[in-house]
Design a protein around this ligand. Structure first.
Ligand code: GUN
Length: 295
């Protein structure tokens, strides 16, 4: 059996188009565009590229983009002052502080200063708590995107066994909460899990988010499983060349899985599309407007 390849890029393009299509009605209702502020501290090349992509996608959706770059040596107080300024700025509906922050800063303390109503990453404890108790909240972009791909492929997820590899606050934990809300039987596996292949083999759904290149092999999977690969790892392939791979060994996994996301082109493009969606949703909520249907 060869798995269906889940085209995250096409799905993300459709979501971005849907968000862009809903912006004019927001502008008509409020007299202004939704705005997203992205903050980058330092000049890590990968983060710099992500931030540029986010800004470009924001403009393409018809929204306002505010980009703030602080030097690597900035103090945390300076970053917090900027976040507070963005909290108070009515043109800004969403605030994203690009992670990881430089080593001398405390990610959690900085995230805690973001207004939860503008926390389009869904990382603030208020949003994480609301998600955990099933209240309306802003949800982290990558897990939300992964869930959208799963629902598109599988429809009703009720009763399915879902195995989430990884327990990060950014992906693993919120992913598990979302799957639980969909009535999946959820297992969170991690670096201390015993007999990992046997645990993964239980999954009708497998979400790999551990940051270990090609860890999950085809013989770890239940035949027909739907596999969502959140990993983005750059590996050496000789001659000084590198290649992007996921946390799943795609070549062996696609022979066993029923459907699988590729890397690149799977979950990655969904993350930015959901960021735009979250910004539009946050903008509506700030104006006590109902979010557009289907978003
Ligand atoms: N760094 C890598 N992924 C993310 C993300 O989703 N949000 C933020 N803020 N930083 C990141």
């Amino acid at each position: 059996m060869t798995a269906e390849i889940i085209d995250g890029k096409a799905f993300a393009d459709a979501l971005r188009a849907q968000v862009a299509g809903a912006v004019p009605a927001f502008v008509d209702a409020t007299g202004r565009k939704p705005g997203l502020a992205v903050v980058l501290v330092g000049d890590d090349p990968a983060s710099s590229v992500y931030v540029r992509f986010k800004g470009k996608a924001t403009l393409e959706a018809g929204m306002e983009s505010f980009e703030h770059r602080l030097p690597e040596v900035s103090g945390q107080a300076e970053l917090v002052a900027l976040v507070e300024q963005l909290n108070a700025d009515d043109r800004v509906d969403g605030i994203l502080v690009q992670l990881p922050l430089p080593g001398h800063m405390d990610d959690k303390a900085v995230i805690a200063t973001i207004d939860p109503a503008k926390d389009v990453d869904g990382f603030h404890v208020a949003n994480a708590g609301r998600l955990a108790v099933g209240e309306k909240s802003l949800v982290p972009c990558t897990p939300f995107g992964a869930l959208a791909l799963l629902k598109h492929r599988l429809g009703d997820l009720s009763g399915l066994e879902a195995v989430v590899l990884g327990r990060s606050n950014i992906v693993g934990k919120p992913m598990a909460q979302l799957l639980l809300q969909q009535n999946c039987t959820v297992t969170i596996a991690h670096s201390r899990t015993r007999n990992l292949p046997d645990v993964v083999r239980r999954g009708d759904i497998v979400i790999a988010a551990v940051g270990q290149p090609q860890l999950v092999r085809g013989d770890w999977l239940k035949p027909g499983a739907t596999v969502i690969d959140v990993g983005i790892n750059r590996i050496q392939i000789g001659d000084g060349k590198t290649r992007l791979v996921g946390d799943v060994d795609f070549d062996s996994a696609k022979e066993v899985a029923g459907a699988i996301t590729p890397v690149p082109g799977g979950v990655g493009p969904m993350t930015i599309a959901v960021l735009l969606r979250n910004t539009l949703v946050a903008a509506h909520a700030r104006h006590d407007l109902r979010a557009p249907e289907g978003l």
